[in-house]
Design a protein. Structure first.
Length: 250
């Protein structure tokens, strides 16, 4: 069972002004869950769980807001404890149970945990396609240089349209969905403001593409931040008396 609550979040909420934000959308940023996006109002938050492709139960939160007949949501799934969960599964496996054991010293990982992390975006995409929908667009794209999938779906029951983006950053999965009635314009504000923040709420923007399959799993160093993002991170660290900026993307 899930529990719907309105939580006091470590979040930044700013009112955006100008023609594009004539209806007073807000920029919502959650330092706890590492993302920022414009919502039509401050979202409600549902604490829930998410079953990964390989059957691990992971903590998740769903941020939801509505305006008129439009519904906007961001689901954040935390994969950061996957290594521990995979090792626990591997240790409990019966002798010879390969689908449970995985590859303790290889790219798959004990209990298939590394494979599960790499599969997260594709599996989330697959789940959206299992709904009663007609796919009209599926492509690779990025938000703040973090790679992901972009989908456009027509819901067969009422011909409403769902615009979805799926990304993964710092071993957290982000499933962004906006559903609007037939004939309504695409929810571009919600789509185009998706981005990522560090633990202090500062925007993360990389100089090159971030791929969680490589950078999140430590296969390669995390890309450098842009000068503006690096300066903001350094200033936040100085204010805290840390003396140095936190590592990019962490």
């Amino acid at each position: 069972m899930t529990r719907l609550t309105t939580l006091m979040l470590t979040a930044l909420v700013l009112t955006w002004t100008g023609p594009a934000f004539a209806q007073e959308w807000i920029e919502f940023a959650s330092a706890r869950d590492g993302f920022r996006v414009a919502f039509p109002e401050e979202p409600e938050v549902e604490e829930t769980t998410y079953s990964s492709e390989y059957g691990f139960t992971l903590p998740a939160r769903i941020y939801t807001a509505e305006r008129g007949q439009g519904r906007y949501s961001m689901t954040v799934v935390d994969y950061r404890e996957m290594e521990r969960l995979g090792i626990e599964r591997w240790k409990a496996c019966p002798v010879g149970a390969e689908p449970c054991i995985g590859q303790p010293n290889g790219v798959i990982g004990p209990g298939y945990w590394r494979q599960d992390v790499r599969a997260a975006i594709t599996n989330a995409t697959f789940r959206l396609l299992q709904r009663d929908v007609t796919l009209t667009h599926l492509g690779w794209d990025w938000s703040d240089l973090v790679e992901g999938h972009m989908l456009q779906l027509t819901n067969n029951a009422d011909e409403s349209r769902t615009f979805a983006g799926i990304h993964m950053h710092d071993n957290r999965l982000y499933i962004q969905e906006a559903t609007v009635p037939k004939g309504y314009p695409p929810p571009r504000i919600f789509q185009q403001t998706m981005g990522f923040v560090d633990e202090n709420g500062n925007r993360l923007r990389y100089r090159s593409i971030y791929s969680n399959a490589y950078h999140g799993l430590g296969e390669y160093p995390v890309p450098e931040l842009t000068a503006a993002a690096a300066a903001a991170a350094a200033a936040a660290a100085a204010e805290q008396g840390a003396g140095a900026a936190p590592a990019a993307g962490r």
